[in-house]
Ligand binder design. Structure first.
Ligand SMILES: Cc1ncc(COP(=O)(O)O)c(C=O)c1O
Length: 476
């Protein structure tokens, strides 16, 4: 007999991603192309994920050399690899049980790596102390977030747990909240103000949840996904005060901290909280997430992320530790990727020059991409795009004609999903619809990754421009 009836209703009620219909169509189109079916494009540009390597970005040589030597220690004994690569790989292997990346590590991560990650955090935050005991390495930051939500969302409570989350929001987070039996309380970012997070809107959202659930946490993404904004210090201070007043646990998703393109600099929530001083700095409970998936390294597939906990009751931290124990440990290659992200080669190291050149190249490519996207998209009738200050995506708004909206309704689709499906079928570009991430009623968006080579971006924009003009003609 099937176990279907035993499956929790929380899991059954998880909404299917808008993306699923597009993914199915993508598979079919790829198969058609493989079989030689003629289409207006030779291959699909898939920019629906925040996955730089998928989009054609090259891995960093230093990172791959160290990983290669860790996987195949024979490389340590000849001198084909630079000496600092071999030294680093040796040091990392010395921290692995049995000197092998095939072994398990301690639950929270390899102690030496946890130590170096905590030193990175402290350097990043202008000397604010960081204790490796408060850091847990996980198979990706999303997994770490889900583990923390495991503790915060109480599916057995009489009153459903509520988590304030931005709209638009990284979709897997809202899925995790719902899958664990919590509810998402959406707060809208102000698109007109460059996707600013406004505390009045947090207040409105919280009031809207009164009597419907028990709000326990506030989730922020900075720099934003999909919105691409970077929060100012002032905005972060307001959020911290709000979390304190309303007794909300602050979940700060900071995985795009290395991806900043404009004037604003990234400041961590932990640093802002520490600089606000007591009583806030001693009381607001915070979990901050970071990952090797993002930034200019983009090693999504290695699955290395961490969470740092601040001001947590040790009793709560014990439960979190227990939950992490059920995963045994994060993949060792992911842990090593985190070590390399947080401790790159330094000036004077043999690998420094090449490392610097490669990271500068990626950075200048993305800065060029951002400029190009804004110019091109804002030049199209019916499109508008806020400046992209950080993150991995452009998230322009499309003002769809009424006829297109009606047509989408007729075929049972969200209007921006309909647009993305046509863009895929007719131009071979796979972007994500805004409806996937939540958006203000009556507005429509598409999201695409900008951490891609410049020539790929140019081809994407060429196809989008051509497609869009035809689409507007067809539906106006
Ligand atoms: C805001 C945000 N947080 C977390 C993640 C997940 O990252 P990881 O690969 O570390 O699980 C993503 C991935 O796209 C993201 O956009």
């Amino acid at each position: 007999m099937s176990v279907l009836q035993e499956i929790s209703s929380n899991v059954k009620n998880m909404k299917q991603l808008e993306y699923s219909a597009l993914a199915r169509r993508l598979k079919q189109i790829k198969e058609d192309l493989r079989q030689g079916v003629r289409k207006p494009f030779k291959e699909v540009i898939d920019v629906s994920w925040g996955d730089p390597h998928r989009g054609g970005m090259k891995p960093l040589t230093f990172v791959r050399q160290v990983l290669a030597a860790c996987l195949y220690p024979q490389l340590l004994i000849d001198n084909k690899l630079p000496v600092d690569v071999r030294r680093r790989a040796q040091k990392l292997l010395d921290g692995c049980a049995g000197r092998s990346v095939g072994s398990y590590s301690a639950t929270g991560g390899i102690p030496e790596i946890l130590q170096r990650v905590s030193e990175f955090i402290s350097r990043r935050d202008g000397g604010v102390p960081s204790d490796p005991e408060n850091i847990f390495i996980c198979c990706g930051s999303q997994w770490a977030l889900t583990r923390i939500l495991n503790v915060l969302v109480n599916a057995e409570a009489a009153f459903t747990t509520g988590v304030l989350a931005p709209a638009s929001c990284h979709r897997t987070t809202t899925l995790s909240i719902e899958g664990l039996g919590g509810v998402v309380i959406p707060y809208y970012l102000s698109e007109e103000q460059g996707w600013e997070l406004q505390v009045e809107e947090l207040q409105r959202a919280l009031e809207s949840a009164e009597g419907a659930c028990n709000p326990i946490a506030l989730y922020v993404i900075n720099p934003g996904n999909p919105a691409g904004h970077v929060q100012s210090r002032r905005s972060m201070q307001e959020v911290i005060r709000f979390a304190s007043e309303k007794r909300l646990f602050l979940l700060a998703d900071e995985v795009y901290q290395g991806c900043i393109y404009g004037e604003k600099e990234f400041v961590s929530y932990k640093r802002v909280l520490a600089e606000m001083g007591p009583p806030l700095s001693d009381t607001v409970e915070l979990a901050s997430f970071h990952s090797a998936s993002k930034g200019f390294m983009g090693e999504c597939g290695l699955r290395g992320g961490y969470v740092e906990l601040v001001n947590l009751d040790p009793a709560v931290q014990k439960y979190i530790y227990n939950l992490f124990t059920t995963d045994s440990c994060a993949p060792l290659l992911g842990q090593i990727a985190l070590d390399l992200m947080t401790n790159p080669p330094l000036p004077g190291d043999p690998s420094y020059f090449q490392f610097d050149q490669e990271t500068q190249h990626i950075k200048s490519t993305v800065v060029k991409n951002v400029k190009k996207v804004c110019e091109a998209v804002n030049g199209l009738q019916g499109f508008s795009c806020q400046g992209v200050e950080g993150g991995a995506f452009a998230f322009p708004r499309i003002h769809l004609p009424a006829k297109a909206i009606q047509k989408a309704k007729d075929v049972g689709m969200q209007p921006d999903t309909f647009y993305c499906l046509k863009l895929l079928e007719e131009a071979g570009v796979l972007a994500s619809p805004g409806s996937e991430f939540g958006q203000k009623e009556g507005t429509f968006h598409i999201r695409f990754c900008i951490l891609i080579p410049h020539d790929v971006l140019e081809e994407l924009l060429r196809r989008l421009t051509h497609f869009h003009s035809q689409f507007m003609k067809d539906f106006s």
